[in-house]
Design a protein around this ligand. Structure first.
Ligand SMILES: [Zn+2]
Length: 460
C-alpha cells in the first residue's frame, strides 16, 4: 500500500547530525519510508500535530518488568543481578517470558517507543511477542556458559539467535537478531570466540553488558590480568561484528574507551537503572572522547519505567548531582561560608562540561541507536528507514506551549500527548485513540491474565 502523509511540523534530520522541525510530506510503501519531500504536497493526508520518529530503547530486558519491587530496598544493596535475578530466572519458562514481555511492550508503546533492543532468555518467545504487537526489535537471546541462568539453555539460545536472524516473517515484521553474550565474566573465551565467528559470518551486531559491576571488573583483572573492556578489545572480538553495543561501561576508564570507533561501537547509558543498582556512568567523559552514546531503560525491575524519553532529563541534568559530592560542598556543609563560592564555581564548571542540546539528547534515543543494526534502520524520517512514527498533539497540556518542539520532545513528559502511532507503515489506531488501542489490543489482553497467574509463584 502506498500512503502519502504530511504535517506542518515534522522532525527531520539535518546534515550535521542534528534535528529540525518543518513542513514535509512522507511517502510510505509497505513497512518503509520511501521518500521525504519538503513542504506539504497537494493531495497528501495532512496530520494535525508534530510528526516524529518513534523512540528507540537501546537496552532492555522486557520480561523483567515482572520482577519490579521484588526484594525491596535490601536487594539493591549488593549485586542485584547475581543475588536476586539469577535465582528468579533459573526457573522461568518461555510462556512466562512471552506474557511478561508483552506487558512491557504495552508500556513501551504507550510511551512512543517503536523499537527495543532486548537481551534475554527464551529469545524466540521475546521475538514472537514483539512481532505479535507490531513493535520492532533487535532481539539478543542471552548467552552464558560460565554462570547465570542461561548456562542451562546456551545451545538453544544460540540456535534461537540464528533462527530469528533467518526468519523472513520476523524480518518483515521488523524483528531482527543480535548476538547477546551476557557479560565478560559469565562468558568464557571459547564462547566469545564462537560468538565473534557467528557475528562475522552472519553480519550480526553484538549486544552485551560490559564492566557493569565491581565483581565483573575484579574477575577480569584476576582471570585475564586486565580490565573487562581491554580484554574484549585485545582479543579482537569487538571487531568481528558489523557493530557492537556495550552497555553500562561503569567500571571503564579512559584507556578502555579511547580509540573505540564510534562508527561501529556504541556505549549504552541507562541512567534511571544505574542510579538504582550501581551508579550513573561518566557520560560526559564518554562524550569528551567523541564516543557514540545511546540510551536505554534497562529492565523495568531496576529502572521502574519503560519510557526511554524520560531518561533524557536525567541525561541532561544528572551531572549536576555531582555538586553536592564535591569536597567544596562538604566544606560548605560543615559551616565554611567561604566555600560557597567554590560550590557555585563547581556548579558552573559541571554545567559547562555536560551541556547538551535537545537535538543531541533526542538522537541518543533516535537515529544513533537506530542505525546500529544494518537490517533495521529506524529512528529517523529518511527514505529507506522503517515507517515508525508518532503523532503528538502540540496543544496538549503536556506539550504546551510547544513553541520549541524539540526541547519539549526531549525534556517534557510527552507520552500523554501521543495521538497516533505508526509501526512498520501501519497506523495502530485512529486519531486520538492511541492509548485505548494499546490497552485493548488482543496481544495485551491475553498477556495480562497469563502474566498475573504466573507472577504469583515469584511473589511467594
Ligand atoms: Zn541490562
Amino acid at each position: 500500500m502506498h500512503q502519502v502523509i504530511a504535517s506542518q511540523a515534522v522532525v527531520l534530520p539535518t546534515d550535521d547530525g542534528g534535528l529540525t522541525v518543518g513542513p514535509a510530506t512522507l511517502h510510505v510503501d509497505g513497512p518503509l519510508l520511501t521518500a521525504v519531500e519538503p513542504g506539504v504536497a497537494p493531495g497528501a493526508d495532512v496530520l494535525p500535530g508534530l510528526l516524529a520518529p518513534a523512540f528507540v530503547n537501546a537496552h532492555t530486558h522486557l520480561s523483567m518488568s515482572a520482577f519490579r519491587g521484588i526484594g525491596g530496598l535490601a536487594a539493591m544493596r549488593g549485586n542485584v543481578v547475581e543475588d536476586l535475578y539469577y535465582r528468579l530466572e533459573s526457573s522461568l519458562t518461555a510462556e512466562e517470558v512471552s506474557a511478561f514481555s508483552r506487558m512491557a511492550i504495552g508500556e513501551s508503546l504507550l510511551a512512543g517507543v517503536g523499537t527495543v533492543w532486548d537481551h534475554y532468555y527464551f529469545g524466540r518467545a521475546v521475538a514472537d511477542a514483539c512481532a505479535a504487537s507490531g513493535i520492532t526489535a533487535v532481539v539478543a537471546p542471552t548467552l552464558q556458559d560460565l554462570s547465570g541462568p542461561g548456562v542451562r539453555m546456551l545451545d538453544a539460545q544460540l540456535d534461537a539467535t540464528l533462527e530469528i536472524a533467518a526468519d523472513a516473517g520476523l524480518r518483515e515484521a521488523g524483528v531482527v537478531a543480535a548476538l547477546g553474550p551476557h557479560a565478560t565474566d559469565t562468558v568464557s573465551a571459547d564462547l566469545w570466540r564462537r560468538v565473534a565467528d557467528v557475528a562475522a559470518t552472519h553480519a550480526l551486531p553484538l549486544h552485551l553488558h560490559a564492566a557493569q559491576s565491581i565483581e565483573e571488573y575484579d574477575r577480569a583483572r584476576e582471570r585475564h590480568g586486565t580490565t573487562p573492556i581491554r580484554w574484549l578489545r585485545g582479543e579482537g572480538w569487538l571487531d568481528a561484528a558489523p557493530s557492537a553495543l556495550l552497555v553500562h561501561a561503569l567500571y571503564a576508564d579512559r584507556a578502555d574507551l579511547e580509540g573505540l570507533d564510534p562508527a561501529r561501537v556504541a556505549l549504552g547509558f541507562c541512567p534511571a537503572s544505574q542510579i538504582q543498582y550501581c551508579f550513573p556512568a561518566y557520560t560526559r567523559g564518554w562524550r569528551a572522547l567523541g564516543q557514540r552514546v545511546v540510551i536505554g531503560t534497562d529492565c523495568g525491575a531496576c529502572n521502574d519505567g519503560m519510557n526511554v524519553q524520560q531518561e533524557l532529563r536525567m541525561t541532561a541534568s544528572g551531572p549536576l548531582f555531582g555538586v553536592v559530592a564535591d569536597p567544596a560542598f562538604t566544606d560548605f556543609w560543615r559551616g565554611d561560608a567561604a566555600a560557597a563560592q567554590r560550590v557555585s564555581a563547581r556548579r558552573t564548571a559541571l554545567l559547562a562540561e555536560s551541556e547538551v542540546t535537545p537535538a543531541e539528547l533526542l538522537q541518543m534515543v533516535l537515529e544513533r541507536p537506530g542505525t546500529l543494526h544494518p537490517g533495521l534502520p529506524v529512528g529517523a524520517i529518511r527514505p529507506g528507514y522503517r515507517a515508525n512514527l508518532v503523532l503528538y498533539d502540540l496543544e496538549h497540556p503536556c506539550f504546551w506551549p510547544g513553541s520549541d518542539p524539540l526541547r519539549a520532545l526531549a525534556l517534557q513528559d510527552v507520552a500523554p500527548a501521543i495521538r497516533r502511532m505508526m509501526l512498520s507503515g501501519a497506523w495502530m489506531s485512529d486519531h486520538g485513540e492511541h492509548q485505548r488501542a494499546v490497552l485493548t489490543s488482543d496481544w495485551l489482553a491475553d498477556a495480562r491474565s497469563v502474566a498475573r497467574a504466573h507472577l504469583a509463584r515469584f511473589l511467594d
